[in-house]
Design a protein around this ligand. Structure first.
Ligand SMILES: Nc1ncnc2c1ncn2[C@@H]1O[C@H](COP(=O)(O)OP(=O)(O)O)[C@@H](O)[C@H]1O
Ligand SMILES: O=P(O)(O)OC[C@H](O)CO
Length: 511
C-alpha cells in the first residue's frame, strides 16, 4: 500500500513528559531512537510534603524540544507519521480554556497535602468501595483529592468553573490541548491508562464515575465541563496545530509512562512483567482483558487500549523513592557529586556492612500503603562508612521491588519466568544482579533502554500504520543483557528477614 510504504520511511515523534525532565525522541520505522532532546524543569517544594511543577514551563520546554529533536534527526514535519505522548501520571493541571494560563502550579504525584482528607475517607470505611470501583486504594498518590483541593483552595478555579472555562487534566491532557491548538480549538481528552490513575474512573467501564466524583466532593455538573474525554490509548486524538513544529501531524497515541514502558518492552499480552527503576520504581504485570483484583496491596490499572478493542489490564506496584534516594545522597548529604558515582562508591565495599535504608520519605506506597512510615537508616555501627550507606541506598530499591514481586506472585499464584527491566537505575549492573538474586529469577534488560519513549512511539505508530500489528512491535524489542540468579536460598532468606525488620521499624512514625 502506498500510504503504508510512505509511513515506513518516516519517523514517529514521542514526547516523554517525566517527573524531573521532558524528553522528545524521534523513532524510525525499525524502532530505533534516532535523536533525543531533553530538558529538566524546576521542582517546587513550597511546604514539607508539597511538590509542584510549572505547567507553562513544561509546555514551553516541550515545544522547544520538539523542534530540537526534529533538527537533530534531520527530519521535516512531513516526514513525521505521528506523535505519541507519554507522561508522569496522576499529576494534576488546571487551566483557563480562554487563555491557556494555568490557575495554579501543577500538583505532582508525590505531593501529600491531601493526606488528611484521604484519612477521613478511610476512617469512614470507604477504601473498599473505591478499590472495587477504581482498582486503587485511597491514597494521596492518585489525582482525585488534588482536583478537589484545587477547586476548594484556588478561588480562580471556582470562578472559572462557574463560567465553564476551567479545564482540568493530567499532564497528557495539558500537552494534548496545547499541541492541538490550545485556546483555538485544542482537544481536551485523556487516555484510559492515565484516567485509570485518577480514582475517578470506573476501571471496568472506562468512564468517569459519578459516585467517585461525589465521594471526593467534586460536583458532577462542573466536572462535565472541565474534564477531559476518556479515549482509547492507541488511536488519533487530534492534529498538531498552531505555531509549533509538526503542524498537521496526528497525535495518535497516549499512555501513562509506566504503561508506555510496559508497551515499549514488547509486553503486549498477559503474563509479561517489567520493572522500571527511575526516580520511583514501578512493577507492572500485564494481565489481559479481564479486570484483575489484588488482595496483596497492588493496584489495578489499565495497561492500554487500542481503538475498537477491549481494555487491557495490569497489576501494578509503585515505590515512591528509588533513584531519588540516590539524588538525596547527592543533594542533601553531599556523599557523591553525580548520581552515577553512587555505583563506584557502593561497589567499593563487599557488602552493606549491616546497614539497611528504608526510604519512606513520603510514607510507603505498594504493597504496604503506610502513610505513617518515614525513612530510617538501620544497623549503624562505628564500622559503617559512606560506601556502606551508598550500597544500602542502591539495594533499598531491590528490596522494595522484591516486596512488590512477592505481592504479585501472591495475587497471580505463580512466579513469572523473568523480569524485564529499564529506567535510569537499570544501568547499574550490580543492582540488576542483586535483583536477580533477591527474586531468584532471570532479569533481562533490552538493547534499547528508552522503553518509555519507545512505548509512546509504538502506540502512535501502530495507530497510523507505521507498524501493522502487535507482532511487528514485539519483533522490534531485542534483549541486551541478562542476569541469572546465583544466591543460596538461606542467604537470600536472611537478607529478606533483615529487610522486613528494618521495614517494620519505619512504620508508625508520622503523626
Ligand atoms: N549508576 C546508577 N546507579 C544507581 N542509580 C542511578 C545511577 N545512575 C542514575 N541513577 C538514578 O536513576 C534515576 C534516573 O533515572 P530516570 O529513569 O532517568 O528517572 P526518571 O525518568 O524517573 O526521571 C535518578 O534518580 C538517579 O539518581
Ligand atoms: O516520571 P517518572 O518516570 O518518575 O514516573 C512517574 C509515575 O508515572 C508516577 O506514577
Amino acid at each position: 500500500m502506498e500510504s503504508s510504504s510512505l509511513h515506513r520511511e518516516s519517523g514517529v515523534v514521542a514526547i516523554d513528559q517525566g517527573t524531573t525532565s521532558t524528553r522528545v525522541s524521534v523513532v524510525d520505522a525499525e524502532g530505533t531512537v534516532r535523536a533525543t532532546a531533553q530538558a529538566e524543569h524546576a521542582q517546587h517544594f513550597p511546604r514539607p510534603g508539597w511538590v509542584e511543577h510549572d505547567a507553562a514551563e513544561i509546555w514551553e520546554s516541550t515545544r522547544e524540544l520538539m523542534g530540537l529533536a526534529l533538527t537533530r534527526a534531520r527530519l521535516r514535519t512531513r516526514d513525521v507519521a505521528a506523535v505519541g505522548i507519554t507522561n508522569q501520571r496522576e499529576t494534576v493541571v488546571a487551566w483557563d480554556a480562554a487563555t491557556g494560563v494555568p490557575v495554579h502550579r501543577a500538583i505532582v504525584w508525590q505531593d501529600t497535602r491531601t493526606e488528611p482528607a484521604l484519612a477521613r475517607l478511610r476512617a469512614d470505611g470507604l477504601d473498599g468501595l473505591v478499590r472495587e470501583r477504581t482498582g486503587l486504594p485511597l491514597a494521596s498518590y492518585f489525582s482525585a483529592s488534588r482536583i478537589a483541593w484545587l477547586l476548594e483552595h484556588v478561588p480562580e478555579a471556582a470562578t472559572l468553573s462557574d463560567a465553564g472555562r476551567l479545564r482540568v487534566g493530567t499532564m497528557d491532557s495539558w500537552l494534548l490541548w496545547n499541541l492541538t491548538g490550545g485556546p483555538d480549538g485544542g482537544v481536551h481528552a485523556t487516555d484510559v491508562t492515565n484516567a485509570s490513575r485518577t480514582s475517578l474512573m470506573d476501571v471496568e467501564t472506562g468512564r468517569w464515575d459519578p459516585e467517585m466524583l461525589a465521594l471526593f466532593g467534586i460536583d458532577e455538573r462542573r466536572w462535565e465541563s472541565m474534564a477531559p474525554t476518556i479515549r482509547p490509548s492507541i488511536g488519533v486524538f487530534g492534529e498538531v496545530a498552531g505555531p509549533v513544529a509538526l503542524d498537521g501531524v496526528p497525535v495518535a497515541g497516549i499512555l501513562g509512562d509506566q504503561q508506555a514502558a510496559t508497551f515499549g518492552q514488547g509486553i503486549l499480552s498477559a503474563g509479561g512483567v517489567k520493572n522500571t527503576y527511575g526516580t520511583g520504581c514501578f512493577l507492572l504485570q500485564h494481565t489481559g482483558s479481564q479486570r484483575p483484583r489484588s488482595g496483596h496491596g497492588l493496584v489495578v490499572t489499565v495497561a492500554s487500549q487500542r481503538e475498537g478493542a477491549p481494555m487491557q489490564y495490569a497489576l501494578e506496584g509503585s515505590v515512591a523513592v528509588a533513584g531519588s534516594l540516590v539524588q538525596w545522597l547527592r543533594d542533601n548529604l553531599g556523599l557523591i557529586e553525580r548520581s552515577a558515582d553512587v555505583e563506584t562508591l557502593a561497589d567499593s565495599v563487599a557488602d552493606d556492612g549491616g546497614v539497611v535504608i528504608v526510604p519512606a520519605f513520603s510514607g510507603l506506597y505498594a504493597p504496604h500503603w503506610r502513610p505513617d512510615a518515614r525513612g530510617i537508616v538501620a544497623g549503624l555501627t562505628g564500622y559503617a562508612t559512606r560506601a556502606h550507606l551508598a550500597r544500602a541506598a542502591v539495594d533499598a530499591t531491590a528490596y522494595q521491588s522484591r516486596d512488590l514481586f512477592e505481592a504479585l506472585v501472591a495475587d497471580t499464584g505463580r512466579a513469572p519466568e523473568r523480569l524485564h527491566v529499564d529506567g535510569g537505575m537499570s544501568v547499574n549492573d550490580r543492582l540488576m544482579q542483586f535483583q536477580a538474586d533477591l527474586l531468584d529469577i532471570e532479569v533481562v534488560r533490552p538493547a534499547q533502554t528508552e522503553t518509555t519513549v519507545l512505548g509512546a512511539a509504538h502506540a502512535a505508530g501502530l495507530a497510523v500504520g507505521v507498524w501493522a500489528d502487535e507482532s511487528e512491535l514485539s519483533a522490534l524489542v531485542r534483549p541486551g543483557r541478562r542476569w541469572h540468579p546465583g544466591m543460596a536460598a538461606h542467604d537470600r532468606d536472611a537478607l529478606v528477614r533483615r529487610w522486613r525488620r528494618a521495614l517494620e521499624r519505619s512504620f508508625d512514625w508520622a503523626e
